[in-house]
Each structure stands twice: as C-alpha cells, then as structure tokens.
Write a protein that binds this ligand. Structure first.
Ligand code: RFL
Ligand code: PHB
Length: 395
C-alpha cells in the first residue's frame, strides 16, 4: 500500500503523539507509526513530574484538561541529608510550580485526543524502516497486520526513543553521541498506598540515594539507589521497604508501606547525539538524548524538542526552512543545560559504586553533605535549583 503524507513520525510515545497534535493544530498532514501495541505503550511506567514549561505547552494546545483536574501541583521539593529535611520552595524562589502527573496519563490523554480527531496512528507496526532520508523523497516502510506500507513523506521525525530505529539511520560519525555512564541504578517501585509526604523527598543517606514520589493521592512511587549489577529478584518487598525506611526515615516521620504493584531496576546514563538533523530526518526526545532521572527532565526535554520542532515544521510547510535549519542547534543548546542540571542533581544525591575504596566513599559522602548544607542554606543556590527544576524557557 503506497501512501503520502507531509510528516512521517516514528514512535507513539509522548514525543511522537504530542508532535502529531501540534501538526494537527496547524493543519499539517502526518502519520504516526509505532512498533508496539497501544496497550503496551500505555502500560509503561515512566516519568511523573511535569515542568511548568511542559504544562504550558500542553495548555497551549488544549491538552491539559484532565491534567489540571487530577494532577498534583507541587510548590517545591524536599531535600534531605543527615536526618534533616529541607523544603525548597519553588513558588517563593521563582514563582513557579511543577505538576505531578504520570507519563502514562499524559500519553492516555494524547491518544484519546488522536482518537477524537481520527488521526492516522498505526500501532503494532513491524520492520519500520526510514528510507532515503537524505534524498528528495524520503519514505517510511513498515508492515501492519501483514500488509506492507510505503509512506512517502516530506519530513521524517524520529520520536522512537533511545532504542529506536531512526538514530541508527544516521552514520555513527554524524550521530557521534557524547555519553556518560553512571555507576549506579534506580530500583523503582509503584505501591498502592497513600504517599507519606506532601511533596517529593530527595534524600542522601550513607547507604545511597532514596526518593519518595507519587502518582496520585492513593499511589506512591519510590526509588532506591542500587548497584547497576543488582538483580530485582534479590529485592523482596520487605527488603525494599526496609531500605526505604532506613534511607528516608527522620525523627517524627514514618513511611507507610503498602502493596507493591510494580518493581524494576533502571541503569542511569547520559547520551546526547551531536546532531538531531540528518537530511530530512529530525530526532526528538529520547531518540536524540537521555538523562539520568534525578532532575526529572527526560519527558520534559521531549516536550520541549517537540514544541520547537512542531513550530519549525509548520513554518517549513508554509515555505521557510530557516527555523527547521536551526532546530538541532537550538534543541541541543537547551539539552546541554538540562544535562548539566541532571548531572549536578545526580552527583549531589548519589554515592559512588562498590568499587570505590571506603576512604574515598567516605570523602564523597561528606563532601555531598557539605554541598547539601550549602544548597539548603543559600537562597542563591536554591533559586538556581528552582529555576532549572521548574523548567527553562523553550526557544
Ligand atoms: P519513548 O517514551 O521511549 O517513546 C518512544 C516510542 O517509540 C517506539 N518505538 C518505535 N516505533 C516504531 N518503530 C521502531 N523501530 C520503534 N522503536 C521504538 C516505542 O515503543 C515508544 O512508544 O520516548 P519519548 O517519546 O522521547 O519520551 C521520552 C520519555 O519517555 C523519557 O524521557 C522519560 O520517561 C524519562 N523519565 C523521566 N522524565 C521526566 O521528565 N520526569 C521524570 O520524572 C522521569 N522519570 C524517566 C523517569 C524514565 C525512567 N525510565 C524507566 C527510563 C523515571 C524512570 C524510571
Ligand atoms: C517519578 O515520580 O517517577 C519521578 C519523580 C522525580 C524524579 C524522577 C522520577 O526526579
């Protein structure tokens, strides 16, 4: 089956689905091709914090009704060290907030709106292959329900994540990613229990990092720093709650445990492609860059890319490719600030892995305590954190 569209989008994660809505609002034809089922895409438990900048983008396109009804607006976060818990008050510091609203909910809202619009979104596609992206007539080839599709598109967008096919189309010397592997991982759990905290707690403990987040007034999301080689099978629910209790506990506060409904271990790494543009192919979101989750930036960076790319594609369809030509540079300049912030948060709140000699581990712990003492007593430092956590301008 041969089809034609203006923008062929690979991936129906938050980046691909949102880009579809930006294009729909500008009457630019598009087709989205996703290799997993709709149910699988909806079942992935990922991010939970939306920057004010991201909420603004969703608002601009009328995609935030349920987010405003059900999302939890947080005016700050708690930083914890040596048994002391300190509230960093974003509203007071920079006059901005963040919204706790699960990525799954964002994706559900975007999917439902595509259903209403009758958008062309193909789930369960196999053999998705971008063809001739440096030529005059780029194509996306894929198979759905046994039928071979050949989709000609003026532009192809790789919104297919870090393990997607689009970044592999770019020659290694052009993609040339800058990378950092962290010697720690996050064990994350979802639990059917009311959060024991009003706002997120990021804690540094001699055993490592721990965090208390949430998804709703009745669902908690919690994380523990573990070694990258750890096997989730070795972590019983009891061991996880004991670890969380130990690292998050402070006098006069208790963590209420509850049934764990999901648990997994995610390694932490950073990777940033040298370019997000290759011919008529444009990368957005995790396809172009990933960050460690400590700054809560991955989903937000994907939304920012899409806001810039959606505008640039719309203007390009109207006749001027100037904004499209600068998309990669603009998105990467913003991305490197995000990488810096995510690295700063990660280094401040985690301890080095098991291969580090005890005296050095002790040194690193104490210097991080010093850093957290500084941040929690300096308004300038808190303002710096708040400005970045709530989201940099998208331009
Ligand atoms: P996604 O979500 O990976 O979506 C890519 C989509 O492309 C599909 N795909 C393909 N489709 C067609 N053909 C192929 N060959 C394909 N290969 C892949 C995939 O099935 C998928 O549907 O990328 P996108 O849209 O760029 O979105 C990025 C975000 O998902 C990611 O950055 C965040 O989840 C990162 N992240 C967080 N970000 C935040 O902003 N705040 C947070 O609090 C936060 N916490 C997290 C996180 C990520 C985590 N994990 C599991 C990595 C916490 C965790 C634990
Ligand atoms: C989450 O709720 O999953 C979450 C929150 C903050 C982070 C990372 C993940 O920094």
């Amino acid at each position: 089956m041969t089809e034609r569209t203006t923008v062929g989008i690979v991936g129906a994660g938050p980046a691909g689905l949102l880009l579809g809505h930006l294009l729909a609002a500008a009457n630019v034809p598009f087709v989205i091709v996703e290799n997993r089922s709709r149910e699988h895409v909806l079942s992935r438990i990922r991010a939970g914090v939306l920057e004010q900048s991201s909420v603004d983008v969703l608002d601009r396109f009328g995609l935030a009704d349920r987010l405003h009804a059900e999302g939890l607006v947080h005016g700050g976060i708690h930083l914890q060290v040596e048994g002391r818990r300190f509230h960093v008050d974003f509203e007071d510091l920079v006059g901005r907030t963040v919204t706790v609203y699960g990525q799954q909910q964002v994706v559900l809202d975007l999917m439902r709106r595509h259903d209403e619009l009758g958008s062309a979104v193909h789930y369960g596609a196999s053999e998705v292959t971008p063809v001739d992206v440096t030529g005059d007539e780029p194509h996306l080839r894929f198979v759905v329900g046994g039928e071979q599709h050949d989709l000609a598109a003026r532009f192809v967008v790789g919104a297919d994540g870090y393990h997607g096919v689009c970044r592999t189309v770019i020659p290694p010397e052009a993609l040339n990613p800058a990378e950092r592997a962290y010697d720690c991982a996050w064990l994350g759990v979802l639990a059917d229990v009311a959060p024991s905290t009003d706002e997120l707690v990021y804690a540094l403990h001699p055993d490592g990092f721990a965090m208390h987040s949430m998804r709703s007034p009745s669902v908690s999301r919690l994380y523990l720093q573990v070694d990258p080689g750890e096997d989730i099978a070795d972590w019983s629910d009891e061991r996880i709650w004991d670890g969380l209790q130990e690292r998050l506990g402070i006098p006069g506060w208790t963590l209420t445990p509850g049934p764990i409904t999901e648990k997994s271990i995610t390694p932490m790494r950073s990777s940033v492609a040298s370019t997000l543009t290759y011919g008529r192919l444009f990368l957005a979101g995790d396809a172009g860059h990933i960050v460690p989750p400590t700054g809560a930036k991955g989903l937000n960076a994907a939304i920012a890319d899409v806001a810039m790319l959606g505008d640039a594609l719309t203007v390009a369809v109207g006749g001027s490719e100037t904004a499209l030509a600068s998309y990669s540079d603009r998105a990467l300049a913003r991305q490197w600030k995000i990488q810096y912030f995510s690295q700063w948060m990660t280094d401040m709140l985690h301890l080095p892995g098991p291969s580090t000699p005890p005296a050095e581990r002790d040194f690193r712990y104490r210097s991080r305590v010093g850093q957290l003492d500084f941040v929690t007593t300096s308004r300038f430092a808190q303002q710096t954190l708040a400005e970045q956590y709530t989201g940099l301008a998208i331009a």
